[in-house]
Every structure is written in structure tokens, then in C-alpha cells.
Design a protein around this ligand. Sequence first.
Ligand code: ADP
Ligand code: MG
Length: 275
Amino acid sequence: MADAGGNGGHLPAGDAGSPAGTGGGPAPGTGGGGLADGVPVLAVQDLVAGYGEAVALGGVSISAAQGTVTAVLGANGAGKTTLLRAISGLIKVRGGSVLLDGVDVTRRKPEDMARAGVAHVPEGQGVITELTVEENLRLGALIRAGRAVRAAALEQAYQQFPVLASRRRKPAATLSGGERQMLVIARALLAAPRVLLLDEPSLGLAPIVISQVMALVAGLRDSTGLTILLVEQNARAALAIADRGVVLNLGKVAVTAQAADLAADTGLLNHYLGL
Ligand SMILES: Nc1ncnc2c1ncn2[C@@H]1O[C@H](COP(=O)(O)OP(=O)(O)O)[C@@H](O)[C@H]1O
Ligand SMILES: [Mg+2]
């Protein structure tokens, strides 16, 4: 608990309250930082999870203020994916808690987490290649109540992602890697989440496309006030747009810092990430 109290309680408030580090000016009226002084949107406290005998997360505490991107970094096997799975209810939580707007949502089922406003985009560009772009998108809107609401959400997605609009009748298999990543993010947004968990969106993409995906993530934060946990192997790309950075090592938080400070600490990045 010492960790959660010392770290989680105060870490994000000052961060979101001073968006200087994020580059772009805050968009008025979007709530991008308006609630920053209060409870963090997402707070993970002493979370423990694993597979069989193996403990993959050994008491992880992270908190994220509204309208921020938190880069979750770490070597292969550090526990990044497990952290996202534990938050969204895809694997059993053995200890600790997950709070959404201060409400304990630990151990809720994945569909209940989705309804509570947590969208999870797993690693590996999970588009259904046999379905059209639109059919993929419609799946994301299924948890929204009412046909009209779903239709409006779909139209909004097409405005936000014109590339997808022009391909709406095409099988998702015809999309490029970057477009598929866009599609899975757009699909997640159709659920109208407050928290977006992104697992390695840059995986397998060319450097220029990685920059585009990162710009998209930053734009979502700035325009909608979404709170984003961005799991990445590509630390430099993630830290370039993140507000905070967390480095996981062997299932524990090794470092939590401002993204800019982490990016500047080449010794640390080298030690934990081999950069
Ligand atoms: N399905 C699984 N069954 C057993 N062990 C797993 C499984 N998935 C991950 N692990 C183990 O849990 C640890 C954390 O993995 P993971 O969360 O996938 O790391 P990361 O996403 O940081 O690469 C690793 O030691 C990994 O081998
Ligand atoms: Mg992973």
C-alpha cells in the first residue's frame, strides 16, 4: 500500500493540470484537463495477476488523470499486456484493485468493463479480415443502446477517419497495416469509452506509419479528453506524445516519471529497454 499511497494518489494531478509538456494547447470545452484536480480516471493499486504458478504482475500501481497519455514501457515479458488484461477483466486479478473515477471495478467481467467505459485494443491488429470495414466498425458499437445512437456513432467515426469511410464496403483484409490499426482504434472508440487501453499499436508498422498512429493517439487525447494507457515496445515513439511514462520490469513498476524526463534519460532507457 505504501507504493499506491505515495505514488498513485498525487502523481497525475499536477501533470494534467499543467499541459505544457504535451505541446498542443488544451481544446476548450472538451474536458481535457477540467477534472484533473480530482480523482484520477484510472487508478491501479498493487495489482497482482499471473498465469498458473507464474506471477506476471507483482503489485503494480499506476494512475492516470483525465485527458492524458501514459506510456507503459518495458522489455518483452515485463508484464505490459498482462496489466491491460487484468484491468479489463480478461484475466483473473489475484490482488490489488482497479478504480475507475474512484469506483472499485476490480474483477468485473470484460463486457461490464466495456460498459463502464474501458476500451481495450489488444496487441496484433485484431480486425476481422473477412468482414468489411463497416462490419468491423459496427461490432464496436454493439454495446451502445439504440439503433440511432449506433448509426450516429458510425457516422462520427467516418468523419474522424475519412480513410475508413472511403473503404467502408471493402473487406478489412484489403487495408494496410496502418489502416488496420486505425480501424481497431476506431472500433474501440465506437463504444464511447473514457479510458482506452492500447497494446502495442505500432507493432509491425513502418516508421512513418508509427508516427501517424502516435499522432492519432495524441489527437484523440487532445480533442476528446480520453485517458489513454499506451503500451509500447517503441519507447521513443510513445514518449514523444505521452504525458507520463511508466517502465515495467519483471512485473513491477521500475520507474514512473514525466514522459519528457524519461525520454531524456538515455541511461535508464538503455538499462530497462536496451535502447
Ligand atoms: N498466456 C500465458 N500463459 C503463461 N504465461 C504467460 C502468458 N502470457 C504471458 N505470460 C508470461 O507473463 C509474463 C508477462 O507477459 P506479458 O504481459 O505478455 O509481457 P509483455 O506484454 O510486457 O511482453 C511473461 O513472463 C510471459 O511469459
Ligand atoms: Mg505484450
